[in-house]
Design a binder for this molecule. Structure first.
Ligand code: UTP
Length: 288
């Protein structure tokens, strides 16, 4: 059973400037919920109960979001708006939240290493909240947790992307175990156009075995001068125990403006309108 889920959320989010100048990218809303809330929901659905967030300077709203806001709660208590807090209250009650600061933004691999103090010597999930994953049945992390129980290896989620897009991702290659599972033998971070080993791109969902921390400790800065998780995973894959999984569901790159708009439109139609348990008149604050 995987208990811990790590959320690296210390990046600068430069593709979304100026919105991200003083607001964490992970707090940007898709309809009425911040991105991180979708990720936490997915982790809880996968049975995880310890959410470990790697934050940076100017990201304290991430901490506040998973805490009580007594003044607001007192103000809307008993009104028809109170049900709007149901989802976030349920997430807060269903898990423990811990936070650690990455002081220097040295890359995703370094952010994951910073989270070691929070997850300890345990297998753990990693969610990059700006990759929003929506699945009609089981969530993507739940699908991956089931695979971890089967293989006891690191599992990375991949999706097919057009060749013209491979330079934006970590790209894998390996031995096909089935239609949707590949034992990884090669992996390149953001390959130059025309040099990618396949069209299978790593997206922001991982399950990692804790030996990754020792590997990350020795991983030198790679592409862009950053410590890359892709480089550490390639080292881990030498033992034959890193598996890529073509997940079932849709993924939106909400770190890009186009992906963010696409996700907003999709979630408004398919999640918000269909899923709203409570119909609320948002125009009134009168006590009922
Ligand atoms: P990105 O590559 O999306 O970088 O990081 P970014 O800074 O968030 O966004 P852009 O590219 O400048 O627009 C992937 C994930 O890794 C985290 C980010 O917060 C994001 O979730 N990250 C990245 C860290 O936590 N620390 C880092 O040093 C780098």
């Amino acid at each position: 059973m995987i208990k811990h889920c790590l959320f690296p959320a210390a990046g600068y989010g430069t593709r979304f400037l100026p919105a991200t100048k003083s607001m964490p990218k992970e707090m940007m809303p898709i309809v009425n919920k911040p991105l991180i809330e979708y990720g936490v929901d997915e982790a809880i659905q996968a049975g995880m109960s310890s959410m470990a967030v790697v934050t940076g300077r100017g990201k304290s709203s991430l901490m506040d979001h998973f805490d009580k806001n007594y003044e607001l709660e007192h103000q809307i208590q008993g009104t028809n708006k109170e049900p709007l807090l149901d989802d976030i209250r349920s997430l807060i009650d269903s898990a423990q939240y811990t936070f650690i600061r990455q002081r220097e933004m040295k890359g995703l691999g370094h952010a994951i290493l910073t989270g070691k103090e929070l997850v300890g010597d345990n297998p753990f999930a990693v969610v990059l909240a700006d990759d929003l994953c929506i699945s009609e049945q089981e969530g993507v992390l739940a699908q991956m947790a089931a695979l971890y129980r089967q293989f006891r290896c690191s599992i990375v989620a991949v999706e097919e992307v057009p060749e013209s897009e491979t330079h934006k991702y970590g790209v894998i290659a390996g031995e096909h175990l089935s239609d949707d599972l590949i034992r990884i033998t090669d992996m390149v971070e953001k390959p130059e156009q025309g040099t990618a080993p396949s069209n299978l791109a790593i997206i922001g969902r991982y399950i990692l075995t804790p030996d990754i921390f020792d590997i990350l400790q020795d991983t030198k800065p790679g592409k862009g001068g950053e410590i890359q998780i892709t480089d550490a995973l390639l080292e881990q894959a030498k033992s034959g125990c890193v598996i890529a999984y073509k997940f079932k569901g849709k993924r939106f790159d909400c770190g890009s403006v186009e992906g963010y708009i696409e996700a907003t439109n999709y979630c408004y139609q398919n999640v918000y309108l269909k899923g709203s348990k409570v119909k609320i008149d948002r125009s009134s604050t009168k006590k009922v």
